[in-house]
Design a protein around this ligand. Structure first.
Ligand code: NAD
Length: 263
């Protein structure tokens, strides 16, 4: 299948590693020019150099913290100015702080809201005028399986990520006649550096090995394994493609069957 995005300009937020990085890699493999952002200058430049070396594609690194309003605008403006357009946007950020209801004070609620909801809103707001001008656009929000099935101990994710989906679903309706689609993807457990750190912490706190900590999680997944980052990236890239032209307002999990509901 030809995805039809050769030379399109794709922006992937929070992409110095993990799901964002894997998504940037797949988009670049499809021939898109890709702008990636991250907070740390050295890390985002290193990621861009690796992406470029692996794909031969044009990769633009931008230092931007998606928790800051002006940085979201800067990321979009830099990509538009340097690469000439903004055709595809993948929103992504670090996860909101973990915790149960009693652990979360007003400050953590506010931080979670800024990181999880406002980052997506601000990136989309800055990108939309460029897409409207060309009457073509693809937006994909990376969320979590928590939008379909709350995860114990991740109350902020369970409460705030569904807000991103609600925003995306509403916006899909508003921009449908302008050639712009917007969808959300829900990763289940995916073997990124962050998950490796979580497994390490679980292993240390419980006196078990990292492999045992991973096995406990994998037992709950019908496929009995975590995803590889590129498996999530493949879905995101398809939704960003020209071929996904009639798919909008959807929320699709990539979770090895872990979500137990019907839809
Ligand atoms: P990760 O920690 O491996 O990677 C996150 C990337 O985002 C890093 O490059 C980090 O530097 C960057 N980043 C973090 N905060 C940023 C900010 N404010 N501005 C710019 N860049 C920032 O995490 P991941 O596993 O790739 O997860 C990505 C997102 O998907 C997170 O929100 C995570 O909670 C969510 N998620 C992950 C999984 C999983 O199993 N990996 C499952 C469900 C949801």
């Amino acid at each position: 299948m030809n995805f039809g995005i050769r030379n399109k300009v794709a922006l992937v937020a929070a992409a110095s590693r993990g799901l964002g990085y894997a998504t940037a890699m797949e988009l670049a493999r499809e021939g898109a020019q890709v702008a990636v952002c991250g907070r740390d200058e050295q890390r985002i430049h290193r990621a861009a150099a690796e992406l470029s070396a692996s794909t031969g594609g044009r990769i633009l690194p931008v230092v931007a913290d998606v928790e800051k309003a002006q940085d979201c605008e800067y990321f979009i403006a830099q990509a538009a100015e340097t690469l000439g357009s903004v055709d595809i946007l993948v929103t992504n950020a670090g996860g909101p702080p973990a915790g149960f209801f009693d652990d979360i004070d007003d400050e953590s609620w506010a931080l979670g809201f800024e990181r999880t909801m406002m980052s997506a809103i601000r990136l989309i707001r800055a990108a939309l005028p460029h897409m409207r001008e060309k009457k073509w656009g693809r937006i994909v929000a990376i969320t979590s399986i928590s939008v379909k099935q709350p995860i114990p101990g991740l109350l902020l994710s369970n409460a705030l990520r569904p807000g991103v989906v609600g925003m995306a679903k509403s916006l899909a309706d508003e921009v449908a006649l302008e050639g712009i689609t917007i969808n959300a993807v829900c990763p289940g457990w995916t073997a990124t550096e962050r998950v490796d750190e979580i497994l390490q912490a679980r292993a240390e706190s419980r006196g078990i090995s990292k492999q045992e900590a991973a096995a406990e999680i994998e037992q709950s997944i019908p496929m009995r394994r975590m995803a590889k980052p590129e498996e999530l990236a493949a879905m995101v890239t398809f939704l960003c493609s020209a071929r996904a032209s009639y798919i909008t307002g959807t929320t699709i999990q990539v979770d090895g069957g872990a979500f137990r509901g019907l839809m």
